[in-house]
Design a protein around this ligand. Structure first.
Ligand code: ADP
Ligand code: MG
Length: 697
């Protein structure tokens, strides 16, 4: 039914609705209230707390003021008492709206009046009701009325909040009256029973118009389950079809030639967590399943060496491995350390990055093609079309969160369906990894190598700067090195870069002129950056001023102090990452966050970093504050736009939904079993396109 025929709408309001994409009654079925407001009798109006409430009654008195800037006083009466409500606004509006003896619903705010012992009532919204009308009478039976987000254009139209609530109510009433089964079930009976979930129709009606308060959460949980169930179903399908599509390589573990030698020459003992994770990876590699595994481990937990053990197993079986890094600096660094570590094993390591000289590049490409190169380390240059591998068997993707899913897929296409290990140092809340990375298996290194001292972290303000600078000087005099970070969130922000450069000059030529200071930023060419980084690493510089290009992976143990300017502009996880650049040696390290104009929230947020070095705790807090989309910078992708789910508290629902979804797909991939009929229908109707969306997100 076209919305203009709905009671209470009409041509003019229908136009406003059309503008925000609401054309027919069905469009209301996906509405979820932002909040609810209680309807109470006038006698129950609280005398002491400040509260938004609804009251319903008859207007028994209307007093218009002499002057426009004074309110019209309405007296509203119900059987329990009466209340005076002052209404401001245009005088013509006020004089027309309220007539004696008519029935109104008022949204008011009641609070204690600071000037008298009485109570102050302020007006918010109102709505006229007609007791002769069946819909209106039904509406009044509810004591919790939903309020909807008046977002975007709707805000600019004159659709008032209570009017919208009433229209939604009319829409549901009309839909159900014309067809009681209008809202179809999307989950099979057996799932509903097993998880104690209410039916879909009930959930949708009750989340909008709860009969009692507990209906809200019961309904929300059911709808969240459904949301997560279908998401996980898609992920399960994706995983299953990947496995079916092509068999993976079966790496044999019978020689132990390189891996055994490697563990003997390692200068340290692997942590228990590292050993466990290597075993998990070897388990996958030695089956013909194609591995897709996410390795999570906090900064400094030693992921690289885990990757090397996997790469060596691949080499033992005669395969090449690729190691993809998000930045050139990082690729360079990995190249250097890995080359060093591989020397005694006689394994050939190659670096492929953008900007290499033509002749060198051709040599490198030839080495990759003929199979002379065993481990190829590089940036996204690795997935360019010109790069041909002889027999790519294993792929490591470092700092996965920096890459799109697309790039992951592209690299896979280059090989014989290689096993893939993606690594990330941004600990992801478990709930998120089950959704965003839901098609991957997950391994976690939850233990740092012994002998690590936590980085002392402090939150300071601009005024403390000179104290901080003198602390920096004293540390440098002890032989330590220092990072000073300026926020350039988007490297194309010219203004930010300019201010970072100006600050750099000031530090170099003025404040720290007795020391050696260098700078790197994202707009420098890779070899320019490299030169500066190299100088810093070789202690030719005491201070490295940098934008966030050093964020990931850089390993310089002698750097023990990190100053982060305008820390309030970074996300918590990003700060945690940055902080991971210090505290890598035996000496006590420090991280000083300088925050400017911080509000209370911002300070509270930053304090979390001072209190803990547990990356998972930080990630949870970060997600709670910024929401899952922001957290990954994937807000637009539409993958994690839930309407009922709150990932920060629905972990249990997610686990249940995932368990059932994966079980169903494992047992009945094509959803042919009779009990899965509802799922099949819903999937084909609403989610088929999502499969594709997930691929390209
Ligand atoms: P990340 O997980 O952040 O990538 P790295 O792999 O760069 O960490 O390791 C950080 C540092 O810890 C490296 O210098 C590495 O040699 C060292 N390391 C790795 N594993 C161990 C261990 N088990 N014991 C001691 N040091 C280790
Ligand atoms: Mg690393």
């Amino acid at each position: 039914m076209d919305i203009k025929f709905l009671k209470g709408v009409g041509e003019k309001r229908a136009e406003a609705f059309n503008k925000i994409g609401i054309k027919s009654l069905d469009d209301f079925v996906n509405f979820i209230p932002r909040t609810y407001i209680k309807k109470i009798s006038i006698r129950e109006i609280p005398g002491n707390l400040s509260e938004n409430i609804l009251v319903n009654g008859e207007v028994i008195d209307v007093r218009h003021p002499r002057r426009d800037n004074q309110p019209t006083e309405i007296t509203l009466y119900d059987k329990t008492g009466s209340v005076e409500i002052p209404v401001f606004g245009k005088s013509e509006f006020r004089s027309k709206q309220f007539r004696l003896k008519e029935n109104f619903l008022f949204w008011i705010k009641a609070e204690k009046d600071v000037f008298s012992s009485g109570m102050k009532i302020s007006y918010r919204d109102h709505f006229k009701l007609n007791e002769a009308d069946a819909f209106d009478r039904d509406f009044l039976k509810y004591n919790l009325i939903p309020l909807y987000e008046l977002s975007g254009i709707l805000k600019k139209t004159w659709i008032r909040p209570l009017l919208l609530s009433k229209i939604v109510f009319n829409a549901f009433s009309t839909l159900i009256k014309s067809n009681p089964d209008y809202i179809e079930e999307t989950l099979p009976e057996n799932i509903l029973t097993e998880y104690g979930l209410t039916g879909r129709k009930n959930a949708i009606l009750r989340i909008n118009f709860p009969a009692e308060h507990s209906d809200i959460e019961t309904s929300r949980k059911r709808l969240a389950f459904e949301e997560l169930f279908y998401l996980e179903l898609i992920l399960a399908l994706k995983k299953k079809s990947l496995q079916k599509e092509k068999k993976g390589i079966l790496f044999r573990r019978n020689t132990d030639e390189l891996t055994g030698k490697f563990s003997k020459i390692l200068p340290y003992e692997l942590t228990t967590a590292q050993k466990r994770v290597i075993n998990e990876i070897y388990g996958d590699m030695s089956s013909d399943k194609c591995m897709n595994r996410l390795l999570q481990g906090d900064v400094g937990s030693g992921k690289t060496v885990v990757a090397l053990f996997s790469i060596l197993l691949s080499k033992e079986n005669g395969y090449q491995s690729a190691f993809m890094c998000p930045t050139e600096i990082l690729a360079e660094q990995h190249y250097k350390t890995i080359t060093e570590m591989m020397k005694p094993l006689d394994v050939n390591v190659t670096l492929l990055v953008g900007g290499q000289k033509k002749k060198l590049r051709e040599e490198i490409l030839a080495g990759i093609k003929t199979g002379k190169s065993d481990i190829i380390i590089g940036t996204h240059a690795l997935i360019q079309e010109k790069v041909e591998f002889k027999n790519l068997g294993f792929v490591v993707i470092d700092e996965q969160h920096k890459f799109g899913v697309m790039q992951r897929a592209k690299l896979k296409e280059k090989g014989l369906n290689p096993d893939v290990l993606v690594m990330t140092a941004t600990p992801i809340p478990r709930t998120l990894s089950m959704t965003y990375y839901g098609d991957l298996d997950v391994s976690v290194i939850d233990e740092l190598p012994k002998n690590r001292k936590p980085v002392k972290t402090a939150l300071r303000s601009e005024e403390d700067k000179y104290k901080i600078y003198s602390f920096v000087k004293s540390e440098i005099r002890k032989g330590r090195q220092v990072y000073i970070i300026y926020p350039i969130i988007d490297e194309s922000e010219k203004l930010d870069l300019k201010s970072a450069e100006e600050n750099y000059i000031k530090l170099k030529e003025n404040i720290f002129r007795e020391f050696r200071t260098g700078m790197v930023h994202g707009r420098m060419l890779w070899y320019e950056k490299d030169e500066v980084m190299e100088d810093f690493k070789n202690r030719k510089l005491d201070i490295l001023v940098s934008t966030t290009v050093i964020e990931v992976g850089i390993d310089i143990p002698n750097a023990t102090v990190m100053i982060i300017e305008e820390a309030q502009r970074f996300g918590l996880s990003q700060l945690h990452q940055l902080r991971g650049r210090v505290g890598r040696g035996a000496d006590q390290s420090y991280c000083i966050l300088i925050a400017r104009n911080t509000g209370e929230d911002s300070a509270k947020r930053l304090k979390i970093l001072c209190e803990t070095s547990d990356g998972f705790r930080i990630a949870e807090a970060d997600m709670e504050i910024r929401g899952p989309g922001e957290f990954f910078g994937i807000r637009q992708s539409g993958v994690l736009n839930f309407s009922c789910t709150d990932l920060s508290r629905d972990g249990k629902i997610l686990e249940d939904a995932r368990k059932v979804a994966f079980k169903i797909i494992n047992e009945d991939m094509n959803l042919r079993k009779p009990e899965n009929k509802i799922i099949r229908r819903t999937f084909l109707k609403d989610f088929k396109d999502s499969l594709y969306l997930m691929e390209v997100a």
